[in-house]
Design a protein around this ligand. Structure first.
Ligand code: ATP
Length: 200
């Protein structure tokens, strides 16, 4: 059974996923997949270099992500080109990992789970929910960004209410790590029970 986990920037998706993993659950991470498909040796990296020119490859032979971000940010058609190239590859990469999962259920972690349509692959959706001020403070200290930078990312993301309206489980992360872990364990238990009732 596939379960999706999402939430806004700095809401605690990684912290939560780490605890699901310690409970024996396989984690499939969409951010890692989007990096894996453009690693050196992957055909997508050659296509990107052909399209944008060899300057897009850094001195270490890897993709210059900052440069690519600038190019696609400036030009909508380039962004669309890149999405058309990468989305099927990322989907296939994720699907493969999901097929290989052997845990009671498999957790797909994606900040853009709802926007990407991948939520349709999932039996249930968990939304990590953190009060805005806590989310901003934690992200500022993790990324060494100022309030304005974090706020502008939050503003560009799906609203908290829209995300919550898609949730089957709300994973509250408004206190310490111990409380987060307890909330993870409670949802985990419900999911294990669900898998026993409706094995797929
Ligand atoms: P992103 O979408 O930006 O990748 P995320 O949702 O994965 O973020 P995390 O990286 O898990 O969020 O958490 C953001 C920061 O807040 C991290 O530094 C993490 O250690 C910290 N954090 C998360 N939950 C808690 C908590 N309950 N108490 C204290 N710190 C926390």
């Amino acid at each position: 059974m596939l379960i999706g986990l999402t939430g806004g920037i700095g809401s605690g998706k990684t912290a939560a996923a780490n605890h699901f993993e310690s409970l024996g659950i396989d984690i499939v991470d969409a951010d890692l997949a989007s990096r894996a498909v453009v690693e050196p040796g992957q055909p997508a990296l050659d296509s990107i270099a052909e399209h944008f020119g060899p300057e897009i490859i850094g001195a270490d032979g890897g993709l210059d992500r900052a440069q690519l971000r600038k190019l696609v940010f400036a030009e909508e058609s380039e962004r669309k080109w890149l999405q058309r190239l990468l989305h099927p590859l990322i989907s296939e990469y994720l699907a493969q990992q999901i097929r290989e999962s052997t845990s009671t259920y498999c957790l797909l972690v994606n900040p853009l789970l709802l926007e990407s349509g991948q939520s349709q692959w999932c039996k249930k959706i968990i939304v990590v929910d953190t009060p805005l001020e806590t989310q901003i403070q934690r992200t500022m200290s993790r990324d060494d960004n100022n309030r304005e930078q974090v706020q502008s990312i939050v503003n560009a993301q799906m609203s908290r209410d829209d995300r919550l309206s898609a949730a089957d489980f709300v994973l509250l992360n408004d206190q310490g790590i111990d409380e987060l872990n307890t909330n993870v364990e409670n949802i985990h238990q419900e999911l294990v029970d669900l898998c026993q009732k409706q094995p797929t």
